[in-house]
Design a protein around this ligand. Sequence first.
Ligand SMILES: C[S@@+](CC[C@H](N)C(=O)[O-])C[C@H]1O[C@@H](n2cnc3c(N)ncnc32)[C@H](O)[C@@H]1O
Length: 288
Amino acid sequence: MSGFSPDWLALREPADHAARDPGLVAALKRALPAPVLAVDLGCGTGSNLRALAPHLGPAQDWVLVDHDPALLAAARARLAAWAGQAEAAGDALILHRDGARIAVRFRALDLAADPAAALRDAPDLVTAAALFDLASDDWIAAVAQAVAAIGAVFYTALTYDGRETWTPPHPADAAIHAAFLAHQAGDKGFGPAAGPGATEALASAFRRHGYAVETAASPWRLSPGEAALLRQLAEGTARAAEETGRLPPGDAAAWAAARRASGTGAVIGHRDLLAVPPGWNRRHDAPA
Ligand SMILES: C[S@@+](CC[C@H](N)C(=O)[O-])C[C@H]1O[C@@H](n2cnc3c(N)ncnc32)[C@H](O)[C@@H]1O
């Protein structure tokens, strides 16, 4: 198990989809060839495919990669339900939705060991969502190297950027946030995590390979009506902050209890990033 439950991923999916920067999605659409072959790293239950496929044309092939077989099984079920019409063909699931034919294959792989192993099909697009803040600078450099070696476009959404504003203010906000940021830097399976520095590490790594990089903010703007997501977010934040041992006993629990009260809202910062290889537009005849 990865520690990411299908229920948590389902709860955050509407906020994730609403937060993505539409300008970068439009630029991604212009940069890609048709038909497209995409690989989604750390796919969870397939949220990234559900967000992007409506923008990517009538013929799509996807390879969904995760190290958690339970999430891959949940992805298969959720995608079939999302499409409405789906059939198995060999090891692929063929989805039909809004006139598009989307062939999806599922791969159980530990990406930490070797990110290049996920790219053996030489995809046009390597993508991920809510993954790279878990990763180390070294792993990010290895991903950029592997993507550049096959000349693919790279797009990632919803990388945590460390900015948070919770409302109404609470006296423990600053201490909880400082402890949470310390927790962000811990090892999540890829070495010491880049956390909020991940987007900058990705941008630098891709620029070293000559890629044109754009980033854009994609914050969650959560209003009190999104109570279930806010409650779980507050509990997860408090748990992570508590684990660092940097807080007086009981402070994290008291903060989470206060945040469970009605009226709590939050803005949680993320960034999206698009990296396009040198010469890509000329090769694919796409508008600049
Ligand atoms: C925050 S979740 C995001 C899931 C999905 N991309 C989404 O947007 O809903 C991070 C995902 O990365 C996967 N993951 C974490 N470490 C991994 C590893 N070493 N190899 C493959 N997948 C990994 C987890 O299983 C989980 O599905």
